[in-house]
Design a binder for this molecule. Structure first.
Ligand SMILES: *Cc1c(COP(=O)(O)O)cnc(C)c1O
Length: 409
C-alpha cells in the first residue's frame, strides 16, 4: 500500500502534486511519503507483536537522517552495516541500545565506535571478527553483546547479487562453526553471546525459504542453550519482497504467522530487519524528459541516481506525472551517462514529450542510498511529503561540493 495516486490525471504524493515539488526544487528528485513509511512500520510492528518481537529497520535501504528520526520516534530499532550508518543513527537521535551492527567486514574503528556507544548487539559473521571484537572489548574493559550470524543455506532472493543465504555466499558462518564458537566463547569475560541471526536474501516473494531458515534457527538455539548459552534473541533478518511491477508479494502478517508457528512456546525474542518492504513503495524518483529520440526518452536522472535497473536488471514501473491520455508509444527511458547500461526502464508505454515529467515508482529503497557522483553528477535532492506539506530533507549537491575534497597539489 502507498500514498501515490492520480487525481484528475495528475500524480500526487499524499496531497501534493509531484509537479509542484519538481517546479520548486528541480529534477531529478526523490520524493517520499511520510504516511506510507509510517504505515509500513506500523504493519511490521503489529505483525511482530504476535511473537513478542522487535523491528530493526535496515538503514541501508533509505538512510536520510530525517527518515531515521521519523522511524525512531515511531518505535523502530535499526540494523546498520557500517560506521557511517552508526553515525547517521546517532545524529538522528537513535538510542544506541536499539542498534544492531551487521556486516562481514567491520573494521577496528567501527567496532570500537559501536562498543563505546553501547549498541544492542553485533551480529558477527566470522571467527576472526569475533576474536577482533573480543580483543577490542578487552582493551575498552567492556563486554560485547553478540549474535552469531549463520548461513542457513537456502537459495532465495530476487537477483543473483541479493541472494545471501547460500552456503557459498560470503555471509554468516556455518551451523557447525556457530556451535564451536559458542563453546569456546561462552565463558569469555569480554563476549556475551546472546543471540543468533540470519538474513537469507532480499526481494523474496515466497515464504518457504523463511520457513526453512526459521526451523534451522530454532534447532540451533536449542542446541546452543543445551551447551549453556543464554540465547535471548533470534534475528531472522529482512528480505520480504515488494511489488515493483505486478509481482505477488507476501505480507508481514503472513511472514510473522509462519515464524509464530515455529517459535511458539519459546522465550527468545524474535527480531526482524525489514528495509525494502518499509521504504521501497514509499518513494518515487521524478525526472524530466530532456530529449525524445526515436524510441528513447532521454531524461535528467541516470544510473548514478538509481542503479537498480543497471545493476540488477530491476524493472520499475514508470508513471506520467501528468497523464495526458493521448496515444501512447513504447519507450526506453535512459539517462545522460556514457554507458549503454544507463537505463531506468525499457519498453514502457507512455505519451511523453520533451519537458514532461515522469516518475519512476518503487524507488524509495536502494535508490538514493545507492546513488553516486559518476560522470560528476550532483546527487539529487530528497523531499518528504506529509499531507499537504513537503519538506526538503536533503539539498541537491552543488558543483563546488562535488570537488570540495580534491586537494590541489
Ligand atoms: C540488507 C539487509 C537487510 C534488509 O534487507 P531487505 O531486503 O531490504 O529487507 C536486513 N538485514 C541485513 C543483515 C541486511 O544486510
Amino acid at each position: 500500500m502507498n500514498h501515490f495516486n492520480y487525481k484528475n490525471n495528475q500524480l500526487f504524493c499524499e496531497k501534493v502534486f509531484l509537479g509542484d515539488i519538481a517546479e520548486k526544487y528541480g529534477t531529478p528528485i526523490y520524493i517520499y511519503s511520510k504516511a506510507t513509511l509510517l504505515h509500513h512500520l506500523d504493519v511490521f510492528k503489529k505483525a511482530v507483536a504476535i511473537v513478542n518481537g522487535t523491528v530493526f529497520y535496515s538503514v541501508k535501504a533509505l538512510s536520510n537522517i530525517n527518515i531515521l528520526r521519523l522511524l525512531s520516534e515511531n518505535g523502530a530499532g535499526f540494523d546498520i552495516v557500517s560506521g557511517g550508518e552508526l553515525h547517521r543513527c546517532i545524529q538522528a537521535g537513535v538510542d544506541p541500545k536499539r542498534i544492531i551492527f551487521s556486516g562481514v567486514g567491520k573494521s577496528k574503528a567501527e567496532i570500537s565506535a559501536a562498543l563505546k556507544l553501547g549498541i544492542h548487539a553485533f551480529n558477527i559473521e566470522s571467527s576472526e571478527e569475533l576474536e577482533r571484537i573480543s580483543m577490542i572489548s578487552e582493551l575498552l574493559k567492556q563486554r560485547a553483546d553478540i549474535g552469531l550470524r549463520v548461513n542457513p543455506n537456502v537459495d532465495q532472493g530476487g537477483h543473483e547479487y541479493i541472494k545471501t543465504g547460500r552456503k557459498d555466499d560470503k555471509f554468516g558462518i556455518s551451523f557447525a562453526e556457530a556451535k564451536e564458537l559458542a563453546k569456546s566463547y561462552k565463558d569469555n569475560p569480554h563476549i556475551n553471546l546472546i543471540g543468533i541471526a540470519c538474513h537469507i536474501g532480499s526481494q523474496i516473494l515466497e515464504l518457504d525459504g523463511f520457513e526453512t531458515a526459521a526451523k534451522q534457527m530454532l534447532a540451533l538455539s536449542i542446541e546452543l542453550s543445551a551447551v549453556g548459552c543464554d540465547i535471548r534473541f533470534i534475528d531472522m533478518g529482512g528480505g520480504l519482497g515488494v511489488q515493483y511491477n505486478g509481482e505477488e508479494t507476501k505480507t508481514p502478517d503472513e511472514l510473522l504467522t509462519v515464524y509464530a508457528k515455529i517459535f511458539k512456546d519459546r522465550d527468545e525474542e524474535i527480531y526482524i530487519e525489514p528495509g525494502r518492504a518499509i521504504a521501497a513503495n514509499a518513494g518515487m524518483l521524478v525526472t524530466e524528459v530532456e530529449y525524445c529520440k526515436n524510441n528513447f526518452l532521454i531524461v535528467d536522472a541516470a544510473m548514478n541516481d538509481l542503479i537498480r535497473p543497471a545493476l540488477y536488471q530491476a524493472k520499475h514501473k514508470v508513471h506520467e506525472v501528468v497523464n495526458n491520455k493521448v496515444s501512447k508509444k513504447t519507450f526506453d527511458i535512459v539517462g545522460p551517462i556514457c554507458e549503454t547500461g544507463d537505463y531506468l526502464a525499457k519498453g514502457v508505454e507512455l505519451s511523453c514529450k520533451t519537458g514532461d515529467l515522469v516518475a519512476i515508482g518503487t524507488a524509495g529503497a536502494y535508490g538514493f542510498s545507492m546513488s553516486s557522483n559518476y560522470n560528476t553528477r550532483p546527487r539529487s535532492a530528497e523531499i518528504l511529503v506529509d499531507g499537504d506539506k513537503f519538506t526538503l530533507i536533503r539539498k541537491r549537491e552543488t558543483l563546488s561540493e562535488l570537488i570540495a575534497n580534491e586537494v590541489e597539489s
